[in-house]
Write a new protein. Structure first.
Ligand SMILES: [Zn+2]
Lengths: 432, 178
């Protein structure tokens, strides 16, 4: 029996005979739908159990399920990032946490729990933001699974993984599996950065956060939510001026709750509670444990299939609607040519070091393969030349006389926007 | 691990890494440089390097608010265009759809915002409020009431408020160009 020593010094058994009996049924022989590159037997088991490194983003409702599923299906090098600490309200569904853990970082507690429960699995936590990590950090993984509740964080990781793709390095392409739930609804999707439709491609498909007309909130409130929005949208800035509302600060939520309750009383509306107040201002949709379990299972199933090539993976969107019965649906979401992240073109240009911005723009306009009129140019956060509005045109006009090489390094990027382009064009500049 | 690389089409192989500019940033660059505004609207950037914070001045050349210059602040966050820009009126003005704190009742700024809309749509929508103030969606109830009941009195109040006068005990900011 193989044994390993973990950090607390206790020797524990791992990979005892028959440990992965059920998983091995899938890995020891090919099936009718296995990928042609599938190598049944020791090779794939060695990759899954000893070499594959997977990143889980989010250790909340979905993250807890994902971590448990991955560990039990044989992934042994798991990393997890989460910036939150455990709240007492998480305990009903985030089953890796106990009352004694309230206030501690989710990532750290979840990692410790999995390691103590599933021998031989290493979970490396990071308590912080995904934005703290650089490209080298993300490059070390084979796969990334996201179980997030924030659109902004998802857009960030999606753009980061698309940007990471380096045509000279096949290892730079990291499959992204994204799970999301909203009450009884959920979705799981497989994103192959630059190859298949990305998160940003489908941004306009998202349910937008519920917002009530501001005049309804101000004049004719009928729902407890109207009173809460009145407190947060109108009263908070009126009373507190520029002080920002911090939705994680219990004092701020308490103030809103008090104001919203008084408003509700005035209009004889029932149902303003502390948790509804927090829910409305943080835009929380009630989380349902069973929806999380289904979506996490689907994400981990895809991770397993991609890591092992043992079966065809999802192409590329799975939708679950559990509001009336259990309805599910898969379809291929198409890549959008005008997607700001994965769409548009990238063109290499070699120009003289002496070329001025003015002449460079003329060159762009003349190029038959690009076809742009009135381009506006920037590089990172630097504005090179903007056609409009007038003030920005005037502010960037002095750059027209400068050489491109003064503003952009060799190998640097220029983002071009123009009304004739679907979204933007990215130019990589080299000097001859 | 599945062999994904071979699925990359040949033309994609020429694709290079994109700049580290966020989708929100590029989208704002696109929206701003392609603004198609009439001469009655003008943007002002207190820091031309910062595209996410600026103001818009609307000087209507017709309608009841003709002769005024109305200033709105725009604050755009990194979740644009998933989230709409935050827009407030910087002056205290007498208008049925703008309250005394500068909040604006315009559907596309809240409940009807969609990512396919852009800064131009918002600006055109704001200007429309000055051409057709709407008594049905009031934020300043006194003003809305007056507009509904007595249009002449409302117009008189608008003109007085634009000169910096006070109406029913509320002092308004002077926004007249003359
Ligand atoms: Zn895309």
């Amino acid at each position: 029996m193989a044994t390993t020593t973990i950090s607390n010094g206790a020797a524990i058994a791992q990979d005892w005979p028959g440990r992965y009996y059920h998983v091995d049924q899938v890995l020891d022989r090919p099936g009718p739908r296995t990928d042609e590159s599938f190598l049944a037997g020791e090779g794939v088991k060695d990759f899954l159990r000893n070499k594959c490194k997977i990143l889980v983003i989010g250790a909340g409702g979905l993250g807890c399920e994902i971590l448990a599923n991955l560990a039990l299906s044989g992934f042994k090098d798991i990393h997890v990032i989460d910036m939150d600490t455990i709240d007492i309200s998480n305990l009903n569904r985030q089953f890796l946490f106990r009352p004694k853990d309230v206030g501690k970082p989710k990532a750290t507690v979840a990692a410790a729990f999995i390691m103590s429960r599933v021998p031989g699995v290493k979970v490396t936590p990071y308590y912080g933001k995904i934005q703290d990590k650089d490209d080298d950090y993300y490059l070390q993984f084979n796969l990334v699974i996201c179980g997030l509740d924030s659109v902004e964080a998802r857009r960030w990781i999606n753009a980061t993984l698309v940007n990471l793709v380096d045509p000279e390095n096949p290892e730079s392409l990291k499959p992204l599996i994204d799970g999301g739930t909203e009450g009884f609804k959920g979705q799981a999707r497989v994103i192959l950065p630059t190859i298949s439709s990305c998160y940003e491609c489908s941004l306009d498909m998202l349910n937008k956060p519920t917002a009530f007309p501001i005049c309804t909130i101000a004049n004719t409130p009928r729902l407890p939510e109207h009173c809460i929005e009145w407190a947060s949208v109108l009263e908070w800035p009126r009373v507190h001026g520029d002080k920002k509302l911090d939705t994680d600060d219990p004092e701020h939520i308490g103030w809103l709750y008090k104001i919203a309750s008084a408003r509700a009383q005035e209009f004889k509306i029932e149902g303003v509670t502390w948790s509804l107040t927090q829910g409305v201002v943080k835009n929380i949709i009630p989380a349902i444990a069973s929806t999380n379990a289904i979506i996490a299972a689907s994400c981990c199933n895809e991770a397993f299939k991609i890591a092992t090539s043992s079966a065809a993976y999802l192409n590329n969107y799975f939708m679950l609607i559990g509001t009336d019965g259990v309805y599910s649906f898969t379809f291929e979401h198409e890549k959008r040519a005008d997607c700001p992240v994965c769409g548009g073109e990238a063109v290499d240009m070699t120009i003289s070091k002496e070329l001025t911005v003015d002449k460079f723009i003329e060159t762009l306009i003349e190029r038959q393969d690009i076809q742009i009129k009135k381009p506006s140019l920037s590089s990172g956060s630097k504005h090179i030349y903007f056609q409009a509005p007038q003030q920005l045109e005037e502010a960037t006009r002095p750059n027209l006389e400068k050489t491109v090489s003064e503003l952009v390094d060799d190998g640097g990027e220029i983002t071009v926007t123009a009304s004739s382009l679907p979204f933007s064009l990215s130019l990589r500049i080299h000097y001859s | 691990m599945i062999k994904i690389w071979s699925m990359k089409k040949n033309e994609d192989a020429a694709a290079k890494k994109r700049p580290k500019t966020s989708a929100a940033q590029i989208r704002v660059q696109k929206d701003l440089t392609e603004l198609d505004l009439p001469s009655t609207m003008k943007t002002t950037f207190s820091d031309p390097a910062d595209l996410l914070n600026f103001s818009l001045t609307i000087s209507p050349d017709e309608g009841m608010y003709k002769g005024g210059a109305f200033v709105f602040s725009f604050v755009i966050n990194n979740n644009y265009p998933h989230e709409p820009p935050k827009v407030k009126c910087m002056q205290r003005i007498y208008h049925p759809n703008v309250d005394l704190e500068g909040n604006v009742c315009l559907n596309i700024l809240r409940e009807d915002w969609k990512p396919v809309l852009n800064l131009n749509s918002v600006m055109v929508g704001l200007q429309y409020l000055f051409l057709e103030p709407n008594a049905d969606d009031p934020l300043n109830k006194e003003a809305a009431e007056e507009l509904r009941k007595n249009r002449d009195q409302f117009l008189y109040n608008v003109k007085a408020s634009m000169r910096g006068g006070s109406i029913k005990g509320v002092q308004y900011d002077r926004v007249s160009l003359q």
